[in-house]
Design a protein around this ligand. Structure first.
Ligand code: UDP
Ligand code: LCN
Length: 775
């Protein structure tokens, strides 16, 4: 049977595929256009197809082969009778657009712009037909820089850049001069590092490296740099090559190889040794950024956990690198957030706070102010903090990291003002979590934030505002996947008996099993011997704890096998100030009644003590239970890796990050949040197998841990991020012109459009506000 190949265009293949089932397809298209203009997602199309072709065997045949391949690649359909246009993603990163005439099934390949216009007609005809509607096209700047082309390379921009830099520096000796100039520019607070002007040309540097290597070969490997520093300085070398003769020699060898015949591996190795990053600024303005009593407050979830762990990992790695570089420099990391005068009992009203577990890292809180008036409540915006940072760091930072939309905006403004390399961490973007949040921006904007992920921002439209024909490009050489980890001193395997936090056991026993109903838990577990399936999240709609409760309620087999314990929110909807949370609380109470969950279901209120939470995951592992993450969409999903670190077999949503963290059927299981019956059966099957073969549980516990240690640790993360910081700082120098052009374009959008929109955001009053949920 014919199947879709990457080389085939969808527009070419579709007519052929329709021939397979022309009669049924015509009926389906007639159904699609029946309701007039609208957008539809794949599930929606499949549901309507089901109502047209009611025989399942027939339907399966229709969706076999080429037509099935195309059909299941559909991301969205825009219906404008008699036409239906499709956006189709045949493989990661690749998108095609086609327009089908429902009357005769003729197919026309269209551009992204035409697709967006077609879709806009559904929402705003005038805008769609306005010949001068604003089109944003970042692709127009990508003329001189090569891009990745393979789906399998997405997220590995660094590897690509080192190849590209390699080829730029190859050819003749002069080609490598930009690298020498870059080395000459390295310094710390004005003190030169690596080389000085004596070695200002490639040839001079090459010769000096040869002499130095011969010299170093005659020294014991562990000879300290100080012992040969004077001779090296005379030859033109400055500090930074290494702390011992052996390390200096290795670093020099990497560079000699690069200068002789550049290759990406030596290039990457050399850049990972360069002393370029000492001071880092991390922006995370929204939410309550603190080290205690903040988790569960509005806008305050994984991002806070992530940044505190990230700072520790980065500081450890910086200290190690600085020691290996033979330098005596104190690194500093400053997390910039907003000072909240009404701090709700947290430390968010303190200007400065040292970060626990670090030596040199701090939180700097800056109040938001409007016309000299400090805002007292939490709001999502940020102000200029440059002066404060320059003061605290006694100089410029070397790397600025922005988190989430607001933090990235502040980071971009600061990075472009100071001319510093910026890293952008998205955590969650606006579009895929909540359907149609782009085309319906006018309705949703006053309702505050909505979330989603990268590829859905390749092309999208905000009718009446701008049509982004080329936005985020996952093939951009700066696009990298650097996955976080979980703090392994808190989240470690349940089998490490000596390290377990046994002091929490009485409290956890109470939390899970006592029959008392209080502010911390409701419901109880009759049969304590059954394994526990466990979930923990903020009580937002997207986290779908209500979905999991309903799946459990409905599935008798599952209820016979395990108990359900969830941690999230609290129990009285009237005490919540968050609209989504209120609705979810009410829903859980309804489900408890509807499915008579008493005796099998425990609901525990949001937990803020991460050490106790770590032990809680392990106690669930002691019951030979599992963790379930049922979110409708999850950008990354820290709870998934926390659970896996504790050796708890994990079932997680196939929508978003967890689908990559877990290899389905090997290191855990994927579940479909939209198909509760299927998901709860996957969980039941697992526990049935465990009953027969206890080794089955152990296998998934061990494989989950293996996966974590191979791919998801903070050590791997910190290494990758600092290597990126080093390589991209050089890359920026090589691509100055293009960077400048893009920066000007962004600045114009910021000034002419964004600032105008921001002005329309109502300023918070002194009265208490109802905060929106964090995306
Ligand atoms: N968490 C917690 N108490 C709760 C709920 C969640 O401490 O009641 C922690 C959880 O252990 C994890 C983080 O909050 O570290 C949630 O991160 P995740 O990435 O899963 O989701 P987010 O909240 O960022 O969307
Ligand atoms: C935000 C989210 O929604 C989660 O999926 C992530 O795990 C968290 O940030 C940390 O990156």
């Amino acid at each position: 049977m014919a199947t879709l190949k990457r080389s085939d265009s969808i527009a070419d293949n579709m007519p052929e595929a329709f021939k397979q089932s022309r009669y049924h397809m015509k009926r389906c298209f007639a159904k699609f256009i029946e309701k007039g203009r609208r957008t539809m997602k794949l599930q929606h199309l499949l549901d309507e197809m089901e109502s047209v072709i009611d025989d399942q065997a027939q339907r399966t045949r229709v969706l076999e082969g080429l037509l099935g391949d195309i059909w299941f690649s559909i991301q969205e359909a825009a219906v404008n009778p008699p036409h239906v246009a499709f956006s189709i993603r045949p493989s990661p990163g690749f998108w095609e657009f086609v327009k089908v005439n429902s009357a005769d099934l003729s197919v026309e390949g269209i551009t992204a712009t035409d697709y967006l216009k077609f879709k806009e007609m559904i929402y705003d005809d005038n805008w769609a037909n306005d010949a001068n509607a604003l089109e944003v096209d970042f692709g127009a700047f990508d003329f001189s820089v090569p891009h990745l082309t393979l789906s399998s390379s997405i997220g590995n921009g660094l590897g690509f850049v080192s190849k590209f830099v390699t080829s730029k520096l190859s050819g003749s000796l002069e080609s490598a001069q930009p690298l020498v100039d870059y080395l000459l520019s390295l310094n710390h607070e004005g003190e030169k590092l690596m080389i000085n002007e004596t070695l200002g040309t490639v040839r001079k540097l090459q010769m000096a490296l040869i002499v130095a290597e011969v010299y170093l070969s005659g020294l014991p490997k562990d000879t300290l740099y100080q012992n040969f520093e004077i001779s090296f300085k005379e030859w033109g070398f400055e500090k930074g090559w290494g702390n011992t003769a052996e390390r200096v020699k290795e670093t020099m060898r990497f560079l000699s190889e690069v200068l002789q015949a550049p290759d990406p591996l030596n290039m990457e190795n050399f850049f990972s040794r360069l002393p370029t990053v000492f001071n880092v600024v991390i922006f995370s303005p929204h939410g309550y950024f603190g080290q205690a009593d903040v988790l569960g407050l509005p806008d305050t979830g994984g991002q806070v956990v992530y940044i505190l762990d990230q700072v520790k990992a980065l500081e450890d790695e910086l200290l190690l690198r600085i020691e290996h570089q033979g330098l005596n420099i104190k690194p500093q990391i400053i997390v910039v957030t907003r000072l909240i005068p009404d701090a709700r009992g947290t430390k968010c009203n303190q200007e400065l706070e040292s970060i626990n577990g670090t030596k040199h890292s701090i939180i700097l809180r800056v109040p938001f102010s409007i016309e000299n008036r400090v805002l007292r409540q939490w709001v999502s915006r940020f102000d200029d903090v440059i002066t404060k940072i320059l003061d605290l760091m006694e100089g410029k930072p070397d790397l600025i990291i922005g988190n989430y939309t607001d933090g990235n905006l502040a980071a971009t403004l600061m990075a472009s003002k100071l001319g510093i390399t910026q890293a952008t961490i998205a955590h969650a973007l606006e579009k895929t979590k909540y359907e149609n949040s782009d085309v319906k921006w006018k309705e949703l904007d006053p309702n505050k934030e909505r979330p989603g992920q990268y590829e859905s921002h390749t092309s999208f439209t905000l009718p009446g505002l701008c049509r982004v024909v080329s936005g985020i490009n996952v093939f951009d050489p700066k696009f990298n996947i650097a996955a976080p980890g979980a703090d392994q001193s808190v989240y470690f395997p349940y089998t490490e008996k000596q390290s377990r936090f046994t002091q929490f056991h009485p409290a956890i026993e109470e939390l899970l099993f006592s029959k008392v109903v209080n502010d911390e838990h409701i419901g109880y577990l009759e049969d304590k011997k059954k394994p526990v399936i466990f979930s923990m999240a903020r009580l937002d709609t997207v986290k779908n704890l209500t979905g999991l409760t309903a799946w459990y309620g409905k599935n008798k087999r599952l209820r016979g096998l395990v108990n359900l314990v969830i941690v999230g929110g609290f129990f009285d909807p009237n005490k919540s100030k968050d609209r989504e949370e209120m609705a979810e609380i009410t829903k859980i109470h309804e489900l408890i009644e509807k499915y008579q969950l008493k005796g099998q279901f425990r609901w525990i209120a949001a937990q803020t003590d991460r050490n106790r939470n770590g032990e809680l995951y392990r106690c669930v592992a002691d019951t030979k239970g599992a963790f379930v993450q049922p979110a409708l969409y999850e950008a990354f999903g820290l709870t998934v890796i926390e659970a896996m670190n504790c050796g708890l077999p994990t079932f997680a949503t196939n929508q978003g990050g967890p689908a990559e963290i877990i290899v389905d059927g090997i290191s855990g299981f994927h579940i479909d949040p939209k198909n509760g019956d299927e998901s709860s059966n996957i969980i039941s099957d697992f526990f049935e197998k465990c009953k027969v073969d206890p080794g089955y549980w152990n296998k998934f516990s061990a494989e989950g841990l293996k996966r974590i240690n191979e791919c998801y640790t903070w050590k791997i993360y910190a290494n990758k991020v600092l290597n990126m910081g080093s390589m991209y700082s050089f890359w920026r120098q090589l691509n100055k012109e293009q960077k400048l052009a893009k920066q000007r374009y962004i600045q114009m959008l910021y000034n002419l459009q964004f600032r105008g929109l921001a002005k329309n955001v109502p300023v918070a009053t002194e009265e208490a506000q109802i905060p929106a949920s964090k995306p």
